[in-house]
Design a protein around this ligand. Structure first.
Ligand code: F6P
Length: 326
């Protein structure tokens, strides 16, 4: 291990439930191992502008159950420039920070990879995103909670959908990944999931209407992944109005509700294990890696691999939705 004394920690990009549990685990494991810890406020924005707080064990008391992030988060344009990163480096060295733990999604870890390469800083990433779209980890911090939130919301929509015999398109987040839509569809017993991963291969709407929407079912719930490729829930509803006017269609966009709330037990445990592993990784001399989970084992994934944008969905699950919706 290079001589690390003080570790900086930040949360960046879209927040996700469990980020606080990760901050707690990183802070406490670091202090336990004799490091100093600095919290960096508002992600890379705080690094570029020198916004740091000293973290003690009590700074992270009573936050494991809280959604959001006590360190706040942002998407920082300045950090994408060489000048911005130079200021960030200047500030962190002045503060005495000699390693970083970055909690965020692909954009945040891409920033970490570039920064680490430019300034030779040990950086460890934690996958904090509800999208579950990082390669090399079975799941990401916040994904399970978001799925549960989707389940909670759609259970309620099903009541009204069936009372009025309506077809509901429910748009869920995920940027360009269909994990929330696909597994959400299984969890709520939806009739279909429309996801970007297979949108270019099949006309999922036509397939669902022609084969899937049975006469014996008066109401239907379809989970749609937000994405230009799927057309989103609004786009699909417009199509139905034109092409299949016999259906009484409604749209619900779940939006940022999916990012909030108290993390599930699964997310708290995942974040705690990953947070501890981030410090272990730094002690072992690992750098420029993301902590992942593979078959319940902690793994280290190089940044370059983790941010490849082709984490595959499990295609068997597409079939599962189809079979179970008959
Ligand atoms: O990456 C997390 C995420 O919630 C995506 O699912 C979504 O597309 C995006 O962030 C929304 O970003 P913002 O909060 O900046 O509108």
């Amino acid at each position: 291990m290079q001589n690390i004394k003080c570790i900086g920690i930040l949360t960046s990009g879209g927040d996700s439930p469990g980020m606080n549990a990760a901050i707690r685990a990183v802070t406490r494991t670091a202090i336990y191992n004799g490091f100093e810890v600095r919290g960096i406020i508002r992600g890379y924005h705080g690094l570029v502008n020198g916004n740091f707080i000293e973290m003690q064990t009590q700074s992270v008391s009573n936050i494991i159950q809280q959604g959001g992030t006590i360190l706040k988060s942002a998407r920082c344009q300045e950090f994408t420039t060489t000048e911005g990163r130079a200021r960030a480096y200047e500030n962190m060295t002045r503060e005495g920070i000699d390693a970083l733990v970055v909690i965020g999604g692909d954009g945040s870890l891409t920033g970490a990879r570039i920064f680490a390469a430019e300034y030779d800083i040990p950086i460890v990433g934690l996958p904090g995103t509800i999208d579950n779209d990082l390669y090399g980890t079975d799941t990401t911090i916040g994904y399970d909670t978001a799925l549960n939130t989707i389940m909670w919301a759609v259970d309620r929509l099903k009541d009204t959908a069936s009372s009025h015999d309506r077809l509901f398109f429910v748009e869920v987040m995920g940027r360009n990944a269909g994990f929330l839509a696909l597994n959400g569809a299984i969890a709520v017993g939806a009739e279909a999931a429309i996801i970007p991963e297979i949108a270019v291969e099949v006309d999922q709407l036509a397939e669902f209407i022609n084969n899937g929407l049975r006469k014996s079912k008066n109401s239907s719930i379809v989970l749609v992944a937000e994405s230009e490729i799927t057309g989103g829930a609004m786009g699909l509803a417009e199509r139905v109005k034109k092409e299949y006017p016999q259906y009484d269609v409604r749209v619900t966009i779940l939006g940022h509700i999916q990012r909030g709330g108290s993390p599930t037990a699964a997310d708290r445990i995942l974040a705690s294990r990953m947070g501890e592993a981030a410090i272990t990784a730094l002690i072992e001399g690992q750098r420029n890696i993301m902590v992942g989970i593979d078959d319940d084992e902690i793994v280290y994934v190089p940044f370059t691999k983790a941010i490849r944008d082709d984490k595959p969905i499990n295609r068997d699950l597409v079939q599962t939705v189809k079979v179970l919706s008959i």
